[in-house]
Design a protein around this ligand. Structure first.
Ligand code: ADP
Length: 586
């Protein structure tokens, strides 16, 4: 991976930031969190009450309690067990619900934040990274909040209650039960360190194996044509073997860990039994106290193992939360500038991509409001870059790109899109009705307006099929030209002050593109239209043409002016005419 790729990745939050994020999630539903905590604590208190009462019964029998009294305490034990069962069920259910709500808030927050990211950062981060953070990372944290979180919390509180109760019954036995704790913590730490690496390896091996399988399947024809079956098969076997090895390693590690836990539990129990037995025999403590302490220690194993078994989910969840919270770290400067006027302009702009060399060098471009300006020039001259700066996707290194007198990048995204719209070849048709796809541009637009817009872009097919037509790959699949018409119709519906068209009609066949362009120009009468013209034909009808060469404006003027000047444009025009003549002759 190159340094630039790493630098472009979205950041990851620090452990302190993750802790704060968790606290925020709890604070947002504080009342419920406190209720749940109370339920967990009550359930844990009842769970430790049972062994303590049992100890009393033992001592009571030795002290010659009446049967009635013994029955009463035994009855109390049964009530404790029943209430504890109900409370822990209620607590667990409330915990899951709490987690579900927190997960929903998290999901909404991430989507909101990603949508608020500067567009250049979204492009740099790439689909993979953003996709992982908004989909699988959110799911992992949601699992933590819904399942591992409440399970760990209940078990953890129970463990604490059991240790506290053992201390309360007899401080020395409490100390004995704590002797194995440092070993337990060390084992858990060692396991977590190794498990993180192993799970990553296992996941990578699994996705490699899946990738090989899918590639062989989808490329079956190529595999057959080039007689690659044997090679693909052995590659599949190799990948499957690697995956198996990782599975075995993970299983081995888990086995080792849980075996260690089992032994630690046993050692703890043996220590407490031996100490309690010895003291009881010495007469240092009552038999009931010994029974209570031993029963409490027996109970510690179960919730301890539950906490340990969930540690992985906890670790993965917090790692995923760190990636999600990392999105917060991206500087999203407040965009609150309010434009005053409709003039868009570039003044002495320099710009380069990702720390690379400048591709625009002190460029000035001043389209007058309502003007139709064509920007032409050789490939790589910087035309699309100009479009991006005018639309506020990128910020100039020096100089300024302004709309209505304020930097384009400082205007709130929603506000900016009402005034300045960029249409490129990359447009997106959403899986929704044609109406919904158009109304994205103006949520209040009525059908008549939408249909008029479709007419403007020559989309007869859309008018025939109707606004209720469901679009998208699963429904009505659009050709490139049709999708482009939808994107252009959106612009007509949005009716902004400035429209920047960058190869916006490239997917439409040339004969038709001319018609679409002139209809569009009529629809956008009075608006500033900046056309990045790769076909010089489109430039000819513009009010003014700006010729870009190597990141600078080389010439400006009308088609006639520029031909008369016999400069760069005249050269491009002659070359283009020549090409066309050859094309038609051919
Ligand atoms: P045009 O639209 O005139 O063909 P561009 O504005 O696309 O030119 O490109 C201008 C220069 O910027 C070219 O040298 C191109 O290689 C470079 N460039 C364009 N896009 C990127 C990018 N995303 N990352 C790095 N360099 C880029």
């Amino acid at each position: 991976m190159s340094a630039i790729e790493i630098q472009n990745r979205l950041p990851v939050a620090s452990p302190a930031e993750v802790r704060r994020a968790l606290m925020r999630l709890f604070a947002a539903d504080k009342g419920r969190a406190v209720q749940i905590l109370v339920l967990y604590v009550l359930a844990a208190a009842l769970s430790v009450a049972v062994p303590v009462l049992l100890g009393h019964v033992v001592d009571g029998i030795r002290a010659g309690w009446t049967v009635g009294r013994i029955n009463l305490v035994c009855g109390l034990i049964v009530v404790c067990v029943a209430v504890q069962f109900v409370l822990s069920r209620l607590g667990r259910r409330a915990g899951y619900r709490f987690g579900e709500r927190a997960a929903a808030r998290l999901r909404e927050g991430v989507v909101g934040r990603v949508l608020g990211l500067p567009l250049d950062r979204v492009e740099q981060a790439g689909r993979g990274d953003l996709g992982t953070r908004t989909a699988s990372d959110v799911n992992t944290v949601a699992d933590l909040l819904r399942y591992s979180g409440p399970t760990i919390a209940t078990a953890f509180i129970e463990v604490i209650a059991l240790y506290v109760a053992t201390f309360a019954v007899d401080p020395l036995l409490g100390l004995c039960s704590l002797l194995t704790l440092p070993l337990l913590l060390l084992t858990a730490r060692r396991y977590l360190r190794r498990a993180g690496e192993m799970f990553r390896g296992e996941r990578a091996a699994m996705s490699e194996a899946a990738e090989t399988l899918t590639a062989s399947g989808t490329g079956a024809r190529t595999v057959a044509a080039l007689a690659l079956q044997q090679e693909r098969r052995s590659m599949g076997y190799r990948r499957a073997e690697t995956m198996y090895e990782w599975f075995m390693r993970v299983l081995g590690l888990q086995n080792e860990f849980f075996l260690a836990l089992l032994w630690l539990n046993r050692i703890q129990l043996v220590l407490v039994i031996a100490a309690a037995g010895w003291w009881a025999l010495q007469g240092g403590m009552s038999l009931g106290t010994a029974v209570a302490a031993i029963t409490l220690t027996v109970r510690i194993a179960n919730p301890t193992n539950t906490v340990m078994a969930q540690l992985n989910g906890f670790q993965q969840g917090t790692a995923a939360l760190a990636r999600i919270e990392g999105v917060n770290r991206v500087a999203t400067a407040r965009r609150e500038a309010v434009p005053n006027g409709t003039e868009v302009r570039l003044d002495a702009v320099t710009f380069g991509y990702d720390g690379g060399p400048d591709v625009l060098h002190g460029l000035n471009l001043h389209p007058a409001p309502g003007e139709r300006l064509a920007v032409v020039g050789p490939s790589g001259a910087g035309k699309s870059t100009i479009a991006r700066l005018l639309a506020g996707i990128d910020r100039p290194r020096t100089g300024s790109a302004t709309f209505g007198g304020v930097p384009v990048c400082d205007i709130g995204v929603e506000e900016l899109r009402r005034h300045v719209v960029l249409v490129t070849q990359e447009h997106y048709v959403f899986a929704a009705t044609l109406r919904d796809n158009l109304m994205l541009a103006a949520p209040e637009a009525g059908d008549a307006l939408l249909e008029a817009a479709l007419r403007r872009v020559d989309a007869e097919w859309a008018l025939t099929e109707g606004l209720d037509t469901m679009l998208g790959d699963e429904h009505r699949r659009l050709s490139t030209a049709e999708a482009q018409q939808i994107a252009l119709a959106r612009v007509v519906v949005a009716d902004p002050d400035v429209v920047i068209l960058d190869e916006a009609t490239a997917g439409i066949d040339p004969a038709r593109a001319g018609k679409v362009e002139s209809a569009l120009a009529a629809a956008l009468e009075g608006r500033t239209v900046i056309t990045i013209a790769h076909q010089l034909q489109a430039a000819r009808s513009a009010d003014r043409i700006a010729v870009v060469e190597a990141g600078r404006i080389a010439e400006e003027g009308t088609h006639e002016d520029l031909l008369a000047a016999n400069g760069v444009y005249a050269g491009l025009w002659r070359a283009w005419q020549g090409n066309r003549a050859r094309h038609f002759a051919g």
